[in-house]
Structure formats: structure tokens, C-alpha cells
Write a protein that binds this ligand. Structure first.
Ligand SMILES: NC(=O)c1ccc[n+]([C@@H]2O[C@H](COP(=O)([O-])OP(=O)(O)OC[C@H]3O[C@@H](n4cnc5c(N)ncnc54)[C@H](O)[C@@H]3O)[C@@H](O)[C@H]2O)c1
Length: 259
């Protein structure tokens, strides 16, 4: 898909990766890029800095997702590219509260379902459209110390695969973004604590990631990896699952100091 002249929505647009995507899409010649965020101050700050429309919505709430889609399509025009990018880290282990698991599920998975549920019929009726769903390398390789994050991001990858399998022949494109560590508010703590396994392969700047995303969207790639190492880790996982689990357990012990 080409970005030029497109109407684009980016959730989680108040910060980090979402904000960098908006800026990059604008430079690529998008017609309008709408920043959506649950944090009203963050959404307004993006709007003021980048000169884009901003809307406040909790994407884990289906009524909010319907409201913003209706409002954008009625006042701006048909959405060509919907980026479900908002995400949260919560629920470190099976001992974490149900509320943390439900938050992860709601934002990291159901938000993608709601966007698809309400965008796909519209997109099909007008000949096509594209969904960009931000998952994570944790959706392919899991997350040390982040059970609900790893599990929900696996579900996000699975859902994106399912959309591609089901709708590719009907004009619906889908890309799933699976970064390792990117320097944003989300990684600030992990970076300081040195506990995020992904930081071992380096911390990418959000602007660099946005360039990679545009290049992949232009050739309609399904999987968007930002760190080449992830491809190698996926191959190792597929070629010897037991060995990969053993390696991840050793990494867990090393990072947590457990033995
Ligand atoms: N930073 C990384 O290293 C990294 C790596 C892999 C994947 N990701 C994913 O990238 C995406 C963006 O993360 P980021 O690093 O830019 O983090 P971030 O914390 O800087 O930005 C996330 C934004 O999402 C918003 N948000 C949270 N819950 C929301 C909700 N219910 N409704 C609407 N907006 C909501 C937040 O207010 C925030 O502005 C997330 O899905 C994250 O899981 C990040």
C-alpha cells in the first residue's frame, strides 16, 4: 500500500511508536493522520506538535472504537489504513491480578478485534483497505517476566494471521508489527532495570522503526520485523522447540538472578 493521499488512524498516537508513525505517514504524503489515545493530554500534545486531528478513546471499549470510526468517516472520509498500535504491559505472571490480565487482553487483543469488526465490512464494500496491528517480538518469542504481555501479543499475531488468511482475496491487507526494544515510555523502566531481555539486541529509536514500517507497507508485507535477530530466533525456535525453551529458561534465570 502507498501512504500518499490516504486517510489513516493511529491508536496510541499520543506517545512513542504511534507518534513516530504519524509523523512518518505525514512526511510520506498522507492526506490526514488521526491520533487516537486514551490519554487526552498525550493526544493533544501530538496534535499540537504534528498538526493532526486528535481523538480520545479507550480502544479496549468497543463503543469507543465505533464512535471514532463513525466520527472520522463522517467528518474526514473513508479510513484507508487503521493502525491498532495502542498497547500495555501488565500482568507479570500467573499470580498477577485478573484485572491486569483483562487489561492486557482488552488493549493488546480485543482492540484489534473491534477495529477489524468495524473496519473490514466498510473496507470490503469500497474495494479494500489495510490494517496495521502492532504486536511485538514477544508475540513470536514470548517475554521473560511478562506473562500477560507475551500471551496477549501471541494472540494479536494469531488474529492478524487469521485476518490475512480469511480476507486477502477480498482486498483486505494486514500487517503485523513485531518490534523488539524501542525507546519509548513503555521501555523506560525496563531499560533502567536492565531486565528486558529484548534490550540485549539494542534499543531502536521510534523514528527508525517508522521508516521500516513504511517500507514494509509499500510492499504489502505481512510480518514487519524491526530487528533482524528476531528472524534468527524464530528459526531456532521452529527447528528445535525444546532446546529453545531450555535457552529461554536459562535467560530467565540469568535476568532474574534465580537458580
Ligand atoms: N517500545 C517497545 O519496545 C515495544 C516493543 C514491541 C512492541 N511494542 C508495542 O508498540 C505499541 C506502542 O507502544 P510504545 O512503545 O509506543 O508505548 P507507549 O507507552 O509510549 O505508547 C502507548 C500509547 O498507547 C496509549 N494507550 C494505552 N492504552 C490505551 C487504550 N486503552 N486506548 C487508547 N490508547 C491507549 C497510551 O496512552 C500511550 O500513549 C504497543 O502495542 C506496544 O506493546 C512496543
Amino acid at each position: 500500500m502507498q501512504i500518499g493521499d490516504k486517510i489513516i488512524v493511529v491508536t496510541g498516537g499520543g506517545s512513542g511508536i504511534g507518534k513516530a508513525l504519524i509523523e512518518r505517514f505525514q512526511r510520506e504524503g498522507a492526506s490526514v493522520v488521526v491520533a487516537v489515545d486514551v490519554n487526552a493530554d498525550a493526544a493533544s500534545a501530538t496534535a499540537a506538535q504534528l498538526g493532526c486531528p486528535a481523538m480520545v478513546a479507550d480502544v479496549s471499549n468497543e463503543a469507543d472504537v465505533v464512535r471514532i470510526i463513525d466520527e472520522i468517516e463522517n467528518t474526514i472520509g473513508p479510513i484507508d489504513l487503521f493502525c491498532s498500535n495502542a498497547g500495555v504491559i501488565a500482568g507479570a505472571s500467573e499470580q498477577s491480578a485478573n484485572e491486569e490480565w483483562e487489561l492486557s487482553w482488552g488493549v493488546n487483543v480485543m482492540a484489534h478485534v473491534y477495529a477489524a469488526r468495524h473496519m473490514i465490512p466498510r473496507m470490503i464494500s469500497r474495494g479494500g483497505g489495510h490494517l496495521l496491528n502492532t504486536a511485538s517480538a514477544a508475540g513470536l518469542l514470548n517475554q521473560i517476566g511478562g506473562a500477560a504481555y507475551g500471551v496477549s501479543k501471541h494472540a494479536a499475531v494469531g488474529f492478524a494471521e487469521w485476518i490475512a488468511m480469511t480476507y486477502a482475496h477480498r482486498g483486505i491487507g494486514v500487517s503485523v508489527l513485531c518490534p523488539q526494544a524501542v525507546r519509548t515510555a513503555m521501555t523506560a523502566d525496563a531499560e533502567q532495570a536492565g531486565t528486558m531481555a529484548a534490550t540485549g539486541d539494542g534499543m531502536m529509536e521510534p523514528e527508525q522503526l517508522a521508516d521500516i514500517v513504511v517500507e514494509h507497507l509499500q510492499r504489502d508485507a505481512f510480518l514487519i520485523l524491526t530487528h533482524e535477530e528476531v528472524h534468527t530466533y524464530m528459526q531456532r525456535k521452529a527447528s528445535d522447540y525444546d532446546r529453545w525453551i531450555g535457552g529461554m529458561n536459562r535467560l530467565h534465570q540469568r535476568l532474574t538472578g534465580e537458580s
